[in-house]
Ligand binder design. Structure first.
Ligand SMILES: *Cc1c(COP(=O)(O)O)cnc(C)c1O
Length: 361
């Protein structure tokens, strides 16, 4: 731990790589020789152009994207994407398939409903409290897209392999596992991710959009809600969230140059998740809430024998410098978020604490 920094297991906003925070700190008063802070310079300046273009290029390199994709930065969080996707793509009576795997999927479905769009929920894990990822789904072959949530931040489940949709493009909310593993974009028409889980601060949402998908989008909606506006103006039709984009650029640089790419990142995430799941699975005191074949490497949700013990657990952990272990208020229990920036050292400290707590109780 450096300068009283805790081991941060928050679900979002969440831990960021320390070298990124240090670089922000050291360049904050004078960015790149400009004599100004990154939050003081014009978004029309060559300084900011270099930042946003580098963030786009690094994204394309990390994900192996060709020129068939747009990389966009949008405000309004992942929550605005719940509405923008149906607004843009569900025109002329076209319908979309949705898979409901928890709180965030439900919210995405609700927006299609509010907009009076055609959609069907083709699979749901609501019958078992969203503790698993549905299998053997049949899709409508004429759907405009299939919407999924790749990682369910609150329920602690994750798609380990993406469904075969018979060529219908997948639109995925990847807010809580974007850039945690390599991604084959062939199946996807669009991927979006609120930055504050795994790639930056809140206030900016990254959108990767296939150009063919953009061809289907309507322009009969307000300017700021059209993907085409962001695609044609390099995400700078209006003033973009400059600080957020700058932080994302530094996180992507860290992923490429320090971590060494998404395969290495995935291996590290698997090792961290394995350490914690192995410990919980060998314990009679703690138990996971997600089905074994659906467990998330990003958000490990678990219970203790009683709610009283869970409360004490979170309090004592916090006092020992292990923060953010309380489960989402809608489900209770405990949750350790192990995003990219969470170190193996943090997971070891957590497991040590869990062992001690089990012994003492
Ligand atoms: C946090 C989260 C959201 C909400 O993101 P906002 O940026 O706050 O709108 C949506 N989907 C998932 C999977 C999330 O984890």
């Amino acid at each position: 731990m450096i300068d009283n920094r805790i081991f941060n297991f928050n679900a979002g906003p969440a831990a960021l790589p320390l070298p990124v925070l240090q670089e922000i700190q050291s360049s904050f008063l004078n960015f790149d020789g400009s004599g100004m802070s990154i939050i003081e310079i014009s978004h029309r300046s060559s300084w900011f152009d270099a930042v946003i273009n580098d963030a786009v290029e690094r994204t394309k390199r990390l994900l192996g994207l060709d020129d068939g994709f747009h990389v966009l930065f949008v405000q309004g969080g992942a929550s605005l994407q719940f509405a923008m996707a149906p607004m843009n793509f569900l025109t002329n009576g076209r319908s979309a398939d949705y898979i409901n795997t928890g709180t965030w999927s439900t919210k995405a479905i609700n927006e299609a409903k509010i907009l009076h769009k055609n959609y069907s929920v083709v699979a749901s894990s609501e019958d078992k409290n969203f503790s698993y990822i549905p299998k053997d789904i049949s899709f409508n072959k004429d759907a405009a897209y299939v919407h999924i949530t790749s990682n369910n931040t609150i329920k602690g489940t994750q798609w380990h392999a993406f469904p075969d949709t018979n060529g219908v493009p997948i639109v995925a909310d990847m807010s809580s596992d974007f850039m945690s593993r390599p991604l084959d974009m062939d199946k996807f028409g669009m991927v979006y991710a609120g930055a504050q889980k795994n790639i930056g601060p809140s206030g900016v949402c990254m959108v990767i959009l296939k150009k063919e998908m953009l061809d289907l989008a309507t322009d009969e909606i307000p300017t700021m809600l059209r993907y085409a506006t962001y695609a044609s103006k390099n995400s700078m039709y209006n003033t973009p969230p400059c600080f957020g984009i700058y932080t994302i650029q530094l996180v992507l640089k860290w992923l490429e140059e320090t971590v060494g790419g998404l395969e290495k990142m995935e291996a590290h995430n698997i090792a961290k998740g394995k350490m914690l799941y192995d410990f919980i699975n060998n314990s009679d005191f703690y138990r996971t809430t997600a089905a074994p074949d659906s467990q998330s490497l990003m958000n490990v949700t678990f219970r203790l024998p009683t709610e009283e013990l869970e409360k004490t657990f979170v309090e004592k952990a916090t006092a020992r410098g292990l923060g953010g272990l309380k489960g989402h208020r809608s489900v209770g229990g405990c949750r350790a978020s192990l995003y990219n920036a969470t170190t193996m050292e943090a997971v070891e400290a957590l497991v040590n604490f869990m062992q001690t707590f089990e012994r003492e109780n």
